[in-house]
Design a protein around this ligand. Structure first.
Ligand code: NIG
Ligand code: FE
Length: 431
């Protein structure tokens, strides 16, 4: 018998999503559902997950074990949000209103708004303000079921301000219940002081900033905004290869607003993921399939920018590319912390089935941030990062949209949002 300090029983649908991610082909829609299931964990790690009778036969709740009766509802892995810009100094609802009135994202950026406006505010902000804002975003993510989130720098765009952001991100990683994956995005935009020497800024990133970020261990990944009028394919390639040589694995904002060869470049440099991909070419999709690049799709951004064409999710699925989902949480183009609304949009507008959308937001998004070994599915050895839902059929998760359907969110075996569980009774918690 294995002693446990967390036991969830009476689970109507336990969506384990078990198996090594990322998932594509037929596996991309297999939730591994166990009816009348249970999950048990100790010290934050899962030790058993399966039919309740089998789990109860091998575990023994310790005296203060938290015992949760799921009430025949759904339990899934916690969401992994693999693409956010959740550390910033202030929101940009002024630009949102301008967009609603018909100005484009590019026009607003050209007029001094956009990313460069966030850069001005981040440069002037204290570490405390950035930390507070980041922590508030992570609090909201957790309430809506996200237990691991990637956060990018990229609103500093100078040595000093990028390091400031990355240090705030590592402090959030240390102090917040959500596990944080740090990504360096010094190539998010050209800062004003380098606008007349764009290649010079790329060289500055390669020679000065990336080595320091790598040496201080401040990021795991290096991302670039490869886009018309931002970083060219050639500049992006230089940056990502330089970062990779220092141990920062490439990621890419690819083909968001125009088809610019981003998908192809992500495949060429061995990126772990290519993100956005609204305008990806068929050749880009094929290249990603061959290279095993995860496609991180961000339907909240398309919706928020008021555009009608969403990333071709079904084409990726059909081509055998693993599809993941993310919020893109940022003050300019997608102001949401909720992976639930993203899962809904994935089904409603990108036509991923509810099962495909849930795989994309868990196992595949874990793969997009190199966390397949520890999160994204419910199986022994993985972190006990779980959502106990209010619904009894998993298809209700995308269907019932715009409200919070989590009943409890569990991070590393502890209930961190929602109802508190009952302690076990001395007879072993058989309630
Ligand atoms: O992922 N595309 C570039 N970066 C962000 C937007 C950041 C901003 O507008 O502040 C994105 O959509
Ligand atoms: Fe982004």
């Amino acid at each position: 018998m294995q002693t446990v300090d967390l036991l969830i029983r009476n689970i109507g649908q336990l969506a384990t999503i078990a198996g090594e991610g990322p998932r594509m082909g037929p596996a991309a829609s297999e939730l591994g559902i166990i009816e009348n299931g249970a999950v048990a964990a100790i010290d934050g790690r899962i030790v058993a997950a399966g039919p309740e009778s089998e789990v109860l036969a091998v575990v023994e709740p310790d005296s203060d074990c938290a015992v949760i009766d799921a009430g025949a509802a759904v339990v899934t892995p916690g969401f992994v949000d693999p693409h956010t810009h959740a550390v910033f100094a202030r929101t940009r609802e002024d630009e949102f209103a301008m967009r609603v009135e018909g100005r484009s994202y590019e026009e607003i950026a050209a007029a001094g708004g956009g990313i460069r406006s966030s850069v001005r505010h981040v440069r002037a902000a204290t570490d405390e303000l950035l930390f507070r804002n980041g922590a508030r975003a992570l609090d909201r993510m957790l309430e809506y079921g996200t237990t691991t989130a990637e956060i990018k720098s990229g609103y500093g765009l100078s040595l000093e301000a990028e390091l400031k952001m990355l240090r705030v991100i590592s402090k959030l990683a240390e102090h917040h219940a959500v596990d944080v994956v740090p990504t360096f995005l010094g190539a998010h935009e050209f800062p004003d002081e380098w606008r007349d020497d764009r290649d010079g800024y790329v060289t500055h990133l390669i020679d000065e900033i990336i080595p320091l970020v790598a040496r201080e261990g401040l990021a795991e990944f290096c991302d670039v905004f490869c886009e018309e009028d931002v970083f060219t394919v050639e500049q992006s390639r230089r940056l990502l290869l330089a970062a990779a040589s220092r141990g920062l694995r490439p990621k890419l904002h690819a083909d968001e607003l125009h088809a610019s060869g981003g998908g192809e470049l992500a495949a060429e440099v061995g990126a772990i993921s290519a993100d956005h991909l609204v305008c990806v070419s068929d050749a880009g999709i094929r290249a990603m399939a061959n290279a095993g690049v995860v496609a991180v799709l961000l339907p909240g951004t398309t919706l928020s920018l008021g555009k009608r064409d969403f990333a071709p999710a079904r084409k990726f699925v059909d081509a055998g590319v693993p599809v993941a989902l993310a919020t893109d949480c940022n003050p300019g183009s997608s102001m949401t912390e909720s992976m639930q609304i993203i899962v809904s949009l994935a089904s409603m507008v990108m036509r991923l089935t509810p099962a495909e959308a849930l795989v994309a937001a868990t196992a595949n998004s874990a793969a997009a941030v190199g966390r397949s070994g520890s999160v994204g599915s419910i199986e022994p050895g993985k972190l006990a990062d779980l959502i106990v839902w209010e619904v009894v059929d998993y298809r209700a998760i995308p269907y019932h949209y715009g409200v919070n359907l989590t009943r409890m969110v569990i991070k590393r075996g502890a209930v961190v949002s929602g109802e508190s569980p009952a302690a076990a009774s001395t007879d072993g918690g058989s309630r």
